[in-house]
Design a protein around this ligand. Structure first.
Ligand code: SF4
Length: 432
């Protein structure tokens, strides 16, 4: 690799795991004379880190490649594609997009410097996961650091590509994670989010059987004023030990992201989710009974194959019944290699799916406002993250966005804010 400094731009789509992978890519390339840049027009290397959870996201990646293909006619540019779509489609992408130089899978990130140096177009897709490694990471956010603790998934939900693109669950060893957490804190970060497709499965594949709860307690012991978060949880993997740990902690935030996906037991079964509505409801109740001011968020799919209107209504009623504070939503889209994609005769009509998604989004909006209204009149701790249009902006422990006014405040401070107003997506107040 040459010694001249080059610029790399990464467009990251999809989940936090992808964001974390992009930080790894920046980190690896920084050892090889690449610096991150915020503008694709200035870059020598453009990479799209893709997500294949939904068709929409896959299409977004392809359209980005199209834009860069045109840019390449005007200047010297290398174009790469990585992430879940690359893992899934491999060589086909080189054929389909003649201006793409580089296709690499989710387990090939560490090979990137060699791949970039190749004079020919290249596709590297490793099926087997790489061993535990400590890549240099360049974190792109200044206060919040992602820290992957487990990758992959063993659940095989019938609609999901993750077990095929990210492989089976692999936990990183606790000491490596703790050391990374120490470095994150040394760098001045104020929030660490432990990441995994199934973060609660942490440690099941390791000989010593460490748990997420144990890991959280160890990170809590590290010195400094900081918060800890974790995501994403699978409903049946949340243990009493974890709930107890969050309850007794000063640093772990009162937030659980627990995708439910559907309120109908029949659909949950068809999705190959290993719980029913009753079990999910009991879990939510247990968490709420134990942890004050906890936020519980979820994910839902509208129009899963064969979903009847009545079953869709059950999703709406579940959001109400369990008072879910916020939910991510998506219309079902078939993903390659997944069982549900083969149930073509059961697909819900496209317009009906769109309609259900719109109704679902309206329900989520109502619940978000209801949840936010609960905090009017309360005093909440806020981590100050931004200053915009004469107001500070930050997030509470339970992940509510707050806009507030206050003197002697700077980004990175923890401050108490008296909440005096709520809207659908945020809270407003004054620093105490
Ligand atoms: S739990 Fe299901 S939806 Fe989540 S990553 Fe695993 S297979 Fe996909």
């Amino acid at each position: 690799m040459s010694n001249t400094l080059k610029k790399v731009y990464i467009e990251t789509l999809g989940c936090q795991m992808n964001k974390s992978d992009s930080e790894r890519i920046y980190g690896i390339l920084s050892n090889f004379n690449y610096v991150p840049c915020a503008n694709e027009n200035e870059a020598d290397l453009c990479i799209v880190n893709t997500c294949s959870i939904r068709k929409l996201s896959e299409d977004k990646a392809y359209s980005k490649l199209g834009v860069w293909g045109k840019l390449k006619k005007e200047k010297s540019l290398k174009i790469g594609i990585c992430g879940c779509v690359a893992q899934q489609e491999g060589e086909k992408l080189l054929k389909r997009f003649p201006y793409v130089d580089l296709v690499f899978g989710t387990q090939n990130i560490y090979e990137l410097p060699e791949l970039i140096d190749k004079k020919t177009r290249v596709c590297a897709i490793r099926e087997k996961p790489v061993a535990e490694s400590d890549f240099n990471i360049i974190r792109t956010k200044s206060l919040n650091a992602w820290l992957p603790i487990i990758e992959g998934c063993n659940n095989f939900c019938s609609y999901c590509v993750v077990p095929y693109t990210r492989g089976r669950e692999r936990s990183r060893i606790p000491q490596v994670i703790i050391n990374e957490a120490k470095n994150i804190l040394k760098e001045g970060f104020k929030e660490i989010t432990l990441l995994g497709q199934n973060v609660d499965s942490y440690g099941k594949d390791l000989a010593e059987k460490p748990t997420l709860a144990g890991l959280l307690r160890e990170i809590e012991l590290l010195e400094g004023d900081f918060r800890i978060r974790f995501t994403t949880s699978y409903p049946t993997d949340i243990t009493d030990e974890l709930i107890e740990t969050v309850k007794n902690s000063k640093k772990i935030c009162e937030c659980f992201h627990i995708p439910m996906q559907s309120g109908s037991d029949r659909i949950l079964k068809a999705m190959n989710r290993r719980y029913d509505r009753k079990t999910y409801g009991e879990l939510v109740k247990k968490i709420r009974n134990n942890i004050k001011n906890v936020t519980i968020t979820s994910d839902f799919i509208a129009g899963f194959p064969s979903e009847t209107h009545q079953e869709f209504e059950m999703t709406l009623s579940a959001i109400d019944e369990f008072e879910l504070d916020y939910s991510n939503t998506a219309a079902y889209s078939p993903r390659p290699n997944t069982p549900a994609a083969k149930w073509i005769e059961k697909y819900v009509d496209e317009n009906e799916k769109k309609h259900r998604l719109a109704v679902l989004n309206e329900k989520v909006k109502q619940m978000s406002l209801k949840s936010n209204n609960k905090y009017v009149g309360c005093e909440l701790e806020v981590l100050v993250e931004n200053f915009k249009d004469g107001k500070f902006e930050g997030r509470t422990r339970n992940n509510k966005v707050v806009h507030f006014q206050g003197e002697n405040t700077k980004i990175g401070d923890f401050v108490n804010v008296a909440i005096d107003k709520a809207s659908t997506w945020c809270l407003f107040g004054v620093k105490k």
